[in-house]
Write a protein that binds this ligand. Structure first.
Ligand SMILES: [Zn+2]
Length: 156
């Protein structure tokens, strides 16, 4: 465990150092808030850009279990494979794993809770939160707003 944490931190530091040297390091999608407002629906904007949360059990992908890939509604980046989706009963789509590199995690201490917010690593859109009460093999529960995602059937 220690080795894992160490190597993980090491590679993060390495990335930071090397990325600082380059001028144009980020492949993030940068848009102004006006541009986002134009390209998203009101509901998507409220959740992706203003970190809102859709009501539990009403999201279009909560009970959706087709084969395919879930993409970011903001930028189209692939986020989750359908194989990792499971019935958590929490009222939002839940996955036990994300596509590598697709997601960034941030400490979120709002609403008097300590949670880890997840965002799209490409466009920084708010997706939901990740909790450590998920099933094996990861033990993680990526709890995601349906509004933050688009589904592409059959694609990997
Ligand atoms: Zn995105």
């Amino acid at each position: 465990m220690f080795m894992y944490v160490f190597s993980c931190q090491y590679s993060q530091n390495k990335n930071k150092t090397s990325s600082n040297k380059k001028q144009n390091i980020s492949n993030k999608m940068k848009k102004t808030e006006v541009e986002w407002k134009r390209s998203l629906t009101d509901q998507e904007y409220r959740i992706l850009r203003e970190k809102g949360t859709e009501r539990a059990f009403i999201g279009k992908y909560d009970g959706h279990f087709e084969e395919g890939v879930y993409e970011c509604a903001g930028c189209g980046s692939k986020l989750f494979q359908s194989e990792t989706k499971y019935r958590s009963g929490c009222g939002w789509p839940a996955f036990y794993d994300a596509i590598p590199g697709a997601i960034e995690e941030h400490d979120d201490n709002t609403l008097g809770m300590r949670r880890i917010e997840i965002t799209c690593s490409k466009c920084d859109g708010h997706l939901g939160h990740v909790f450590n009460d998920g099933p094996k093999p990861t033990g993680l529960r990526y709890c995601v707003n349906s509004v933050s995602m688009d589904f592409q059937p059959g694609k990997k």
